[in-house]
Design a protein around this ligand. Structure first.
Ligand code: ATP
Length: 450
């Protein structure tokens, strides 16, 4: 082999090793300097073919030179004539330059006449395969535009922790597929439904909430219909815990009475909700965690009918009116189906926050997400059992996302509960006087004036 060729091969090998090491060690800078420009050029250059293949083009009349067969010449050959005329050509949607994001890139498109963002949502999977990326998500920030966000590989395989939020009733529980934090903010979305099959990551999410809420001035209330095995270890930070249906009836009774008392307080103060009350008299917000919702509704025999009806009505009242009076719900369940009774369907309608982990039956996914977007449903059914904690989340911005919670062990949650046990207000203190109606309007006025 000539020396010059050997030298060239050595240089090429060194460059390849340097690029590989750079990519492994500084993935982000490698992507920005090498990966992104190449991707942007190839996406932009190949857009016509991709749009045609995915059915996103429209026929438009254009002036063009065409070749048409003319008269037959004596030798038998056909004379070809060039003509300038209007022909129908495939027009692609206008594409801006792709911009780099944390996990891939995003690009804005101008919709063609007659197109809607849903046309792009339906083509999202085809686009992802054409570009060789993990997923393409579609959003429409304003009429006439769609933004396609491509993620190169699944960003939820490993999620690294984010700093905790220090805002009241706001907890960062994981990461969204877009790389943004997954935040549960009870003041924006007061009631949540968290569905998932066994071992899908529901309790992990509840643990993340306990760790996030434990240091905050918030009363935590647990309904653990799994016989108390889930929440009993955190009981030192809980203000109240019900572990049986009978205890649940009593605790829900307290919650409804508490809500009515707070209603009276707000009325007397001329406030529309708890947050408009002066801080000195504002009662502590209450976050209610329910594990295994179905157990509250399942009827073994007819004797339980009244108890279930009571529970169902009380929970629904809390969901309907609780937000204004600082009572928030987070309900977990393996199976949430209409067969559990009309109470569940009504409760679902009140829960605007929806989280769907991997589920076993399509009905639970439909119940949790079905009235949002059919594509969310398809995505939920595709969650693999190897990735516990991955869920489809209907977020406060009205869109849905794939997300994964941070892994929070039971030990970590127990540690937080023990550490902030002194912040747990006693339930008797919180509900003092709410049942006996001890506080009449004049007492409340006195309290407000004090
Ligand atoms: N985000 C996550 N990252 C990594 N592992 C997770 C995550 N979420 C859950 N896991 C693991 O998955 C397993 C099941 O999680 P979890 O107990 O939360 O499921 P579950 O839905 O509550 O199940 P069950 O209904 O049977 O109680 C646990 O071992 C947990 O450590």
């Amino acid at each position: 082999m000539p020396d010059s060729l050997r030298l060239l091969l050595i240089v090429l090998a060194c460059v390849a090793v340097a690029l590989y090491t750079w990519r492994r060690l500084h993935h982000r800078s490698f992507w920005l300097v090498v990966g992104y420009p190449l991707t942007a050029i190839s996406v932009r250059a190949g857009w016509r073919k991709v749009a045609l293949g995915c059915g996103l083009t429209k026929k438009r009349a254009r002036w063009a030179f065409t070749l048409t067969p003319g008269a037959v010449v004596s030798t038998g050959t056909v004379k070809v004539r060039r003509r300038f005329r209007r022909v129908a050509v495939d027009t692609k949607p206008w594409m801006w330059l792709p911009m780099p994001t944390r996990h891939g890139w995003r690009v804005t498109l101008h919709l063609l006449e007659g197109q809607i963002p849903d046309d792009y949502s339906q083509a999202a999977e085809r686009l992802a395969h054409s570009w060789g990326v993990h997923a393409v998500r579609v959003s429409s920030p304003r009429p006439g535009r769609v933004v396609l966000a491509a993620t190169i590989r699944d960003p939820l395989v490993r999620v690294d922790r984010l700093p905790p939020s220090d805002e009241l009733l706001k907890v960062t529980v994981g990461r969204l597929e877009t790389g943004k934090p997954w935040v549960i903010d009870f003041r924006t979305v007061p009631h949540w439904l968290n569905a998932g099959a066994t071992q899908s990551g529901k309790s992990n999410l509840a643990n993340a909430l306990i760790v996030g809420l434990a240091p905050q001035p918030v009363a935590l209330v647990g309904f653990d219909l799994k016989g108390g095995v889930e929440f009993t270890p955190y009981s030192c930070r809980l203000s109240a815990l019900a572990t049986t249906r009978a205890e649940s009836v009593g605790l829900l009774d307290d919650l409804v009475a508490l809500m009515l008392a707070r209603m009276g307080l707000c009325r007397t103060a001329g406030a529309r909700n708890l947050w408009q009350l002066p801080p000195a008299v504002r009662p502590v917000p209450v976050v209610v965690l329910v594990d295994e919702l179905a157990e509250l509704y399942l009827m073994a025999d007819k004797s339980e009918k009244d108890e279930i009806a009571k529970t169902s009505t009380a929970l629904l009242r809390v969901a309907q009116l609780g937000r204004a009076f600082g009572i928030y719900l987070f309900c977990c369940g393996q199976r949430i189906g209409s067969d559990l009774g009309p109470g569940v369907t009504a409760l679902r309608a009140q829960c605007s926050g929806r989280i769907c982990h991997r589920v076993n039956d399509p009905e639970t996914a439909t119940m949790t997400l079905g009235d949002l977007d059919p594509a969310a449903l398809v995505s939920a059914r595709a969650i693999a059992s190897e990735t516990p904690g991955v869920a489809i989340v209907a977020s406060q911005d009205g869109q849905w996302y794939r997300a994964r919670s941070f892994h929070v062990s039971e030990q970590a949650a127990e540690h937080s509960a023990r550490m902030y046990a002194d912040l747990a207000q006693h339930w008797n203190e919180i509900t003092a006087g709410v049942h006996t109606n001890e506080m009449n309007d004049s007492d409340l006025t006195e309290l407000l004036n004090a």
